[in-house]
Design a protein around this ligand. Structure first.
Ligand code: COA
Ligand code: AMP
Length: 637
C-alpha cells in the first residue's frame, strides 16, 4: 500500500487546527473547546482551551459503557514472581473507582498532587487512573531512583499523598520501598499527609502508625460499599501528571502533561503511527516510571480500547532470552515497543535467536524501538529473526509521543537503518546551526521544532514557566530546542546522533552527568570531577567519573573510588549504573578553565579527536588516555 503519510502531513501543515480538531473526535468531552489552539494562554499557547474532559473516563468508563466491559484491559505477566493475571475493562473500572474513593475520603481533591512509587504491577496503573478520575495530578517516580531523588520530587510537587507498593523485585534482590520512602520524607521539607501501601507477598512492609494505610484492605472495603465515584471534569489544559526527567543539574525538571491534548495525540498515534485497532494487544516493555510507560503502557492503549501488557521482568534472565517471545505468543501481542538495549541484551545471550523457534509469533506485526539511538546492527538482527518491520521512532519525555517516526497506520515508508524516518504531523522539524540559521541537508546541527508544539507536548515545567523558557525556548527564538543534534537527508529523513547537553542515555534511561558530578563533588576528598558517558555495547552508554583528589589526601585512591561509586548509588540510585570512578592528577581544561568533557569521551571511546585549540596543557590528555588504558575502560568493556 502506498503510504498516505505525505498527504496527511500536508493536511496538517495546511490547517493545523482543523487537523487536530478532527483528531479530537476520538475523545469524549464533557464540554467542547472554545478554541482548538489558544495562542494567548500559557507560555507558547494551549490546546483545546475551554474544553472539559476526564482522562480516566476516556480510558475506562466509556469502553465499559460501549461494548468492551468483558475485554481484557490489562494483562499482568510477571516472570519474576511467576504470576499472570488479567483484568477486564469492567474489573479495572471497579478497582480504579474504589481506589479513587479511598483517596477522596482521605481528602485528595482535584489539583492535589500524588506521588506514585511502584514497580510494574497493575496497581500502578490503577493508582494513575484513580488520580486522573478525581482530577488529582500524579507523579510517578521510577523504582530504581534512591531516596534523595524521591525527596527532591516531594519538595518540588508537594504531594498530598504517596501511593506505593511494599517492594520492587529485581533479579538479584528485593527492594523494600517503605524504608526508602521514610528516608525521603525525612529528607524532604514537605510532608505528605499519608501513604497508601499495596502489600506484596514477597516482602510486606511494617506500616507506620498514623501515616501508612493498607491499600489492599482499603480498596476491598470500598469495593464492598459499591459506591460510584464520579469522574471529575477537568479543563483540557489542566495537568494530568508531572513526570520528572533529568536536567543539566541535580534538580530534575517536572514535565507537565495536560489532559485534553495528551489524549488527542495519543489516540491519533495508535491508529496512524502504530497501526493498531481497538481490541488488539499492545505491549510496551518499559516501566511505568518512564514516559514511554506512561504513554504506551497506560494511557494510549486504554484510550484506544486495546489490551495492554504489564510485564514485570527483564528481556534476559527472567528466566531466559526467550521471555519476550513467550509473552508475545501467550497473549497474542500485535505490536511490541521497547528500547534497543533490550534487543541488544537478547542478542548477546542468544545470538542466533534459537529460543525463538519454541514460540509462535504469528500475531506480531511490528516491533517499535525508541528511547535511544537504534543501532543498525540491532535493527537488522531483529528484522532477520522476527520477520516483521522494525520501526525506530524518536521522542522525549517532554513531547510525550513521537516526534519523528515511520507511520505504520498510514502506510510504512521505506526504512533507512539509523533513521527514525520523518516528522509526525504536528512537528515542523528544522536543523539549525548554533547561530540559528538552517543548515543544508546532510549537515549536522541542532534539531529544533517550530512553535507551537503539538498536542501532548509539555505546556511548561511544574511551577516554573521561567525554567521552561530558559531551558527550551530562549536559545532559538520561535523554536523548541530538543537538545538533540542530528541531520536531515535529501528525502527529509531525520538522523538523531547525540545530545547537545550533558545528558547521557544508559540502557534507554536518561541520566544527567551534571547530577552525578554534583554527587561526586560532595565527597570530602574530591577537589574536582567530570563525568562522561562512554560507549557500551549493551547499554549504549555508561557513566565514567574522573576525579581529582584534594592535595593532602593521604588515602588509597581506590578506596575513595569505591566510596564514590556507592555514593552515586545511594544518592541517585542503582539506575545510574555508575560503576567506574578513576582518580587522575589533573583534568584537561581550556585556558578559561572549562573542562574538556567531550575530548575525554572521545579518548575513552577510541575516537579520533582534534586537540582543542584552547587547551591549557595538552599533556593532560595523555594522562587521561593512560588512566583509561590502565583501568581497561574502552569501547568494548
Ligand atoms: N527498581 C530498582 N532497581 C532497578 C530498577 C527498578 N525498577 N530497574 C533497574 N534497577 C537496577 C538494576 O537492578 C541494576 O542494579 P545493579 O547495579 O544492582 O545490577 C541497575 O538498576 C541498572 O539497571 P539497568 O541499567 O536497567 O541494567 P540491568 O542490567 O538491570 O538491565 C537491561 C539491562 C538492558 C536488560 C534493561 O535495562 C532493559 O530491559 N532495558 C530495556 C527496556 C527499558 O527499560 N527501557 C527504558 C525506556 S523505554
Ligand atoms: P527520554 O526523555 O528519557 O525519553 O529521552 C529522550 C532522549 O533519548 C532524546 O532526546 C534522545 O537523545 C534519545 N532518544 C530517544 N529516542 C531516540 C531514537 N529513536 N533515536 C535516537 N535517540 C533517541
Amino acid at each position: 500500500m502506498a503510504s498516505r503519510y505525505h498527504e496527511v502531513y500536508q493536511a496538517w501543515r495546511d490547517d493545523p487546527e482543523g487537523f487536530w480538531s478532527e483528531a479530537a473526535a476520538g475523545i469524549d468531552w464533557s464540554k467542547p473547546w472554545d478554541k482548538v489552539f489558544d495562542a494567548d494562554r500559557g507560555v507558547f499557547g494551549q490546546w483545546f482551551a475551554g474544553a472539559e474532559t476526564n482522562t480516566c473516563y476516556n480510558c475506562l468508563d466509556r469502553h465499559v459503557e460501549r461494548g468492551r466491559p468483558g475485554q481484557a484491559a490489562v494483562i499482568y505477566d510477571s516472570p519474576i514472581t511467576g504470576r499472570c493475571e488479567s483484568y477486564t475493562y469492567a474489573e479495572m473500572l471497579e478497582r480504579v473507582n474504589a481506589l479513587a474513593g479511598v483517596l477522596v475520603d482521605r481528602g485528595v481533591a482535584k489539583g492535589d498532587r500524588v506521588i506514585i512509587y511502584m514497580p510494574m504491577v497493575p496497581q500502578a496503573l490503577m493508582a494513575m487512573l484513580a488520580c486522573a478520575r478525581i482530577g488529582a495530578v500524579h507523579s510517578v517516580v521510577f523504582g530504581g531512583f534512591a531516596a534523595h531523588e524521591l525527596a527532591t520530587r516531594i519538595d518540588d510537587c508537594l504531594p498530598k499523598a504517596i501511593i506505593a507498593a511494599s517492594c520492587g523485585i529485581e533479579p538479584n534482590r528485593t527492594i523494600a520501598y517503605m524504608p526508602l520512602i521514610s528516608t525521603a520524607i525525612e529528607q524532604a521539607a514537605h510532608k505528605p499527609d499519608f501513604c497508601l501501601v499495596f502489600q506484596r507477598e514477597e516482602l510486606t512492609a511494617d506500616l507506620v502508625d498514623g501515616r501508612d494505610i493498607d491499600a489492599g484492605a482499603a480498596v476491598q472495603a470500598e469495593m464492598s460499599k459499591g459506591r460510584k465515584v464520579p469522574c471529575v471534569p477537568v479543563a483540557a489544559t489542566d495537568p494530568l501528571y508531572i513526570l520528572y526527567t533529568s536536567g543539566t543539574t541535580g534538580r530534575p525538571k517536572g514535565v507537565v502533561r495536560d489532559n485534553g491534548g495528551h489524549m488527542v495525540a495519543l489516540k491519533w498515534s495508535m491508529s496512524n503511527l502504530y497501526g493498531i485497532e481497538p481490541g488488539e494487544v499492545f505491549w510496551t516493555a518499559s516501566d511505568v516510571g518512564w514516559v514511554v510507560g506512561h504513554s504506551y503502557i497506560v494511557y494510549a492503549p486504554l484510550l484506544h480500547g486495546c489490551t495492554t501488557v504489564v510485564f514485570e521482568g527483564k528481556p534476559v534472565g527472567t528466566p531466559d532470552a526467550g521471555t519476550f517471545w513467550r509473552v508475545i505468543a501467550d497473549h497474542g501481542v500485535s505490536a511490541l515497543f521497547t528500547a534497543p538495549t533490550a534487543f541488544r541484551a537478547i542478542r548477546k545471550e542468544d545470538p542466533d535467536a534459537k529460543l525463538l523457534g519454541q514460540y509462535d509469533l504469528a500475531s506480531l506485526r511490528t516491533l517499535f524501538l525508541a528511547g535511544e539511538r537504534a543501532d543498525p546492527e540491532t535493527i537488522k538482527w531483529a528484522e532477520e529473526h522476527l520477520k516483521v518491520p522494525v520501526v525506530d521512532h524518536w521522542w522525549q519525555t517532554e513531547t510525550g509521543w513521537c516526534i519523528a517516526g515511520n507511520p505504520v497506520g498510514l502506510g510504512l515508508l521505506p526504512i533507512k537503518h539509523g533513521s527514525p524516518t520523518v516528522a509526525m504531523p504536528g512537528y515542523d522539524i528544522q536543523v539549525l546551526d548554533d547561530a540559528g540559521h538552517p543548515v543544508p541537508a546532510g549537515t549536522l546541527g541542532n534539531i529544533v521544532v517550530k512553535l507551537p508544539l503539538p498536542p501532548a507536548c509539555l505546556p511548561t515545567l511544574w511551577g516554573n514557566d521561567q525554567r521552561f523558557r530558559e531551558a527550551y525556548l530562549l536559545e532559538f527564538p520561535g523554536y523548541y530546542k530538543t537538545a538533540d543534534a542530528g541531520f536531515c537527508d535529501e528525502d527529509g529523513y531525520l538522523f538523531i546522533m547525540s545530545r547537545t547537553d550533558d545528558i547521557i542515555n544508559v540502557a534507554g534511561h536518561r541520566l544527567s552527568t551534571g547530577a552525578m558530578e554534583e554527587v561526586l563533588a560532595q565527597h570530602p576528598d574530591v577537589a574536582e570531577c567530570a563525568v562522561v558517558g562512554i560507549a557500551d555495547q549493551l547499554k549504549g552508554q555508561l557513566p565514567c567519573g574522573f576525579v581529582v583528589l584534594k592535595s593532602g589526601v593521604d588515602r588509597d585512591p581506590q578506596e575513595v573510588e569505591r566510596e564514590l561509586v556507592s555514593l552515586v548509588r545511594q544518592e541517585i540510585g542503582p539506575v545510574a549504573a555508575f560503576k567506574v570512578a578513576v582518580s587522575v592528577d589533573r583534568l584537561p581544561k581550556t585556558r578559561s578553565g572549562k573542562i574538556l568533557r567531550a575530548t575525554m569521551r572521545q579518548i575513552a571511546d577510541g575516537e579520533e579527536y582534534r586537540m582543542p585549540a584552547t587547551i591549557d596543557d595538552p599533556g593532560v590528555l595523555d594522562e587521561i588516555a593512560d588512566a583509561i588504558r590502565a583501568r581497561g575502560i574502552s569501547r568494548s568493556s
